[in-house]
Write a protein that binds this ligand. Sequence first.
Ligand code: NAI
Ligand code: MG
Length: 363
Amino acid sequence: ASKKLLLLPGDGIGPEAMAEVRKIIAYMNAELKSGFELDEGLVGGSAYDAHGKAISEADMEKALASDAVLFGAVGGPKWDSVPYDVRPEAGLLRLRKDMELFANLRPAICYPALADSSSLKKEVVEGLDILIVRELTGGVYFGEPKEIRDLGNGQKRGIDTQVYDTYEIERISGVAFELARTRGNKVTSMEKRNVMKSGVLWNEVVTATHRAKYFDVKLEHMLADAGGMQLVRWPKQFDVIVTDNLFGDMLSDIAAMLTGSLGMLPSASLGAPDAKTGSRKALYEPVHGSAPDIAGTGAANPIAMIASFAMCLRYSFNMVAEADRLEAAIAGVLDDGIRTADIMSEGKTKVGTTEMGDAILAK
Ligand code: NAI
Ligand code: MG
C-alpha cells in the first residue's frame, strides 16, 4: 500500500510544530524503512499570500490524491481583513468539504506526568483515555434554511436548522463502533431525544446499526446535557462517545480541558472508506490554532502535532506498534520532567519546540 503524506504546515506555529514531525518521519524512513512519500503544500494565510486563495487547486488535488494530510494551523492578524471567502480558515473548510471528512476524532488522554496539573482532582483524570467521535459535516451548522430573516416589524429571526439523514447517522456510528472494538469496546451515544426529532432518529439509527453489525460492542445512550455533566464528574466511565456536530463541538472542548493544555491535543478527521481499497481519506491536525502570540519565539509545544501524526500512523496506515511507540515516547519525555512553557511547572526542565521534538525522537 502507498503511503503518500501531504504536509500542510500553514501559518504561525504550524510550520514550527510541523518541523518536529518532519524529523520523526525522516527517522522512520531512514531507520525503519517506513516508506513515507512526502509532499508539501500551502494553506491559510501563506497560501493567500502566494495565490490569493486559502488553498490552491493544485494543493487541493494533492490532498485528494494523498493517503493522509497532516495539517498544522492557519490564521493570524496579518490576514484579519482579507475577504471572507479567501480567509485562512476557508482552506481548512474546503479540505474538510472536498475530502468529505465526516468523522472528527478527538481523544482526551491524561498523561500520568500531567495528572497533577489538571483542573480536576488527580483521581478523576489519572489514566483517562477517551475518544469523542463528532459528526462533522451535517447537523445544525449546515442544515437549511440558514438565514437571518427580516420580519418587517423591527424584529429579525435567526434561523439554523438541525438536519440528519439515516445514512449520516449510520456512517458516524459505524466509525464509533469500529474504533471501540480497538479500544475499550464501549460506545456512549449522546443526543437530546427528549426535545429533538433529530435526536429521536439519532437514537433509533445508532441502536439499529448496533444491532445489525456491532452487537459485540457495549452500547449506552445518554442525553447530551447529562453527558456533559458526567464528563466532568467521572470521565473514566466513557470509552468512545459518538455525537452530532453541535454537541460534539462542545463536548470535545470540555473533554479536552480535562487533560490540560491546548498544546497537547491532537485530532483526526476521517472520510468514508473507498469501495475498492477500503482506505479512508483523512486529515490530522492539532486542536490549537496558529498562536500568533508566540509564533517565531521557538516556544510552541509540538506535542499536539506529533500526537496527531501518531493518530495518522494508527488510523491511516494501521501502524499500531509505531503509533504506540510514539505515544509512549511523548509520555516518557513528560515523565522525565521535560516541559515546554505552556505545560511548565515547578521543578521541571523548560525547553523550546526543537528540544521537545528532539527529546521525543531520542526516546
Ligand atoms: P490558538 O490556539 O492559536 O492560541 C490560544 C492560546 O493558546 C494562545 O495563548 C497560544 O499561545 C496558546 N497555544 C496554542 N497552541 C499552543 C502550542 N502548541 N504551544 C504553546 N501554546 C499554545 O487560538 P487563538 O489565539 O484563538 O487563534 C489564533 C489564530 O489561530 C487565529 O487566527 C485563529 O483564527 C486561528 N485558529 C486556527 C485554527 C486551525 O488552524 N485549526 C484553530 C483555532 C484558531
Ligand atoms: Mg470548537
